[in-house]
Ligand binder design. Structure first.
Ligand code: ZN
Ligand code: ZN
Length: 172
């Protein structure tokens, strides 16, 4: 099976169908991450989160969000959104490391609805911090979570920096 994150809409729409066989399989792409290997880059994390949405792996989506935000996520809403969306492909537009521990990934996640092919065009932010096993791990910074933190408090990612100098740059 080709990895969901390696499918782009143009692959599906024309005679490139045979390419579907050759390219990166789920086994060699996002599966190891879904089974516990840590993505080395924010782009890998972004891809594996997209594949998790396609496969309705809600647990992975939650576990790869900043730990301080995880309790604020609505598991059922994420599952329903993942399931009800007719996912059609992913296109990574740009991957930009920022400073020591942040990165942004610009992407288009394609889906179909009654009006045809649509895209979520987004710029997502990620932070690299120590997880509970003391390993450096990339996490998604969810801008929709309502964080109760002031700009001068230590950042919730655990970096030791003030929020405004750390993840606060990437969260509303
Ligand atoms: Zn993948
Ligand atoms: Zn931070």
């Amino acid at each position: 099976m080709r990895c969901p994150c390696q499918i782009t809409p143009d692959l599906l729409s024309n005679s490139n169908a045979e390419n579907l066989e050759n390219d990166k399989s789920y086994l060699d792409c996002c599966k190891p991450f879904h089974e516990g290997r840590l993505p080395k880059t924010a782009e890998q994390l972004m891809r594996s989160r997209y594949s998790a949405f396609v496969m309705v792996n809600t647990e992975y989506i939650i576990n790869t969000t900043l730990p301080a935000q995880q309790p604020l996520l609505d598991k059922n809403a994420i599952a329903a959104w993942a399931k009800d969306t007719d996912w059609s492909g992913l296109e990574i537009i740009n991957h930009k490391p920022i400073g020591k521990r942040h990165a942004q990934v610009e992407f288009k996640a394609y889906f179909k609805n009654d009006n045809g092919l649509q895209a979520h065009h987004e710029l997502s932010s990620f932070v690299l911090v120590k997880n509970s096993n003391q390993n450096a791990q990339w996490y998604f910074l969810d801008p929709t979570v309502d964080f109760k933190i002031t700009q001068k408090q230590p950042c919730s990612c655990g970096s030791g920096e003030k929020f405004k100098r750390c993840c606060g740059q990437f969260l509303p």
